[in-house]
Design a protein around this ligand. Sequence first.
Ligand code: DLL
Length: 432
Amino acid sequence: MDYFNPVEAWERERLDDLKLQRLRATVDRLYEAVPFYRERLDEAGFEPGDVKSLEDLERLPFTYKDDLRDNYPFGLFAVPMRDIVRVHASSGTTGKSTVVGYTADDIQVWADLVARTIVAAGGTADDVVHVSYGYGLFTGGLGLHYGVEKMGATALPMSGGNTKRQVRMMVDFGSTILCCTPSYALNIAEVMIEMGVGRSQVKLKSGILGAEPWSDEMRRQIEEELAISAHDIYGLSEVVGPGVSIECSEKNGLHVFEDSFIPEVIDPESGRVLPPGERGELVFTNINKEGLALIRYRTRDISRLFHEPCPCGRTHVRMERITGRTDDMLIIRGVNVFPSQVEMVLMQVPGLAPHYQLVVDRVENLDVLEVQVEVSPEMFSDEIKRLEELEKRIRDEVQSYLGVSVRVRLMEPRSIQRSEGKAIRVIDKRKI
Ligand code: DLL
């Protein structure tokens, strides 16, 4: 079995020694460098040098997405800005994005992690890797890109969209590995058929697919339609981006690269660490990052951990594919969207009543988000042209604010069902 980095197969004891050493160094450094952490650690009664064993992790304080927001944009960075060479960002629960920063060394470590994922998915230096994750503030495009270069394959920086052109390049350049969201992989498969491009005209052999939830059923479909081996890749910008974990050839859980992140699974209500094999909220602690390192970051993603040895020879713990979230975050074509963000946009548009619903569906393998919102009675009796203008305004504002295109349906006053408790804001009809 090939690994990109021998650490992937280190025996447990050696790996745990490294983890402890790195955890202690991280906590000590954050105490000195980040006022937020100094305060939190003081509250928890931790001083530099107090981390003596990996069991001490459980006693460290959690970090939440809101903590990043409250310290927007760079308040949690652990190095001066002059040492930050890259910034990425993703959506937060309200107006502000979650901003993350990397030092030059962080970029190298991240590239190494992603290189491991490509090798785990069967990649070699001979591969042509088609990167269709978005390039930009999103970590997907550039994250995969640097990993490809690190392991010496050829990167095609396609970014998302313009699917016909993607297919043409795939044929002309002989792409062998496809990196994109699973839903986009299905979309590409469909466009290939529309364009009359047969499977024999493309050289694809595997896919590194993630950034959104998917199922084994969807994997079967993708593997069949594209005739590839599809591997699940997981990550989140707060922790590093793609490259936190990957499925190996066994496809029985995703190996979490423990030399860089310590995973825990907790009960989301009590915060208690759950025994191995039990499902709960995933929590990660960065132990190999300089620019922004988070202690016990609450991902809101639901999973569980498997400690049994894996036949592939990698010793790092495996996590189950993500089976849900503890909050209401939606992922629409790879973009994280919180209903509260849509609400905020709607509330700023005059002529609307504060009643809305978000209907999510998957049409021809693409996520479609429809915003249904009631108009005020005065507006409703107005001319059609004004209503059309209103519709367009909502579409434009959501697009510019959230970076995702939506359909808008203006509804008659009192047509959206009133709640008798928690309002049902989201109807998700996607079958994944
Ligand atoms: O989605 C990073 C990434 C890029 C991962 C490319 C894989 C490939 P964010 O935009 O910060 O980062 O979104 C992170 O997306 O907390 C999960 O809820 C979800 N997510 C990411 N990967 C998976 C996956 C990138 N394989 C959030 N399965 C995470 C299910 C995933 N959900």
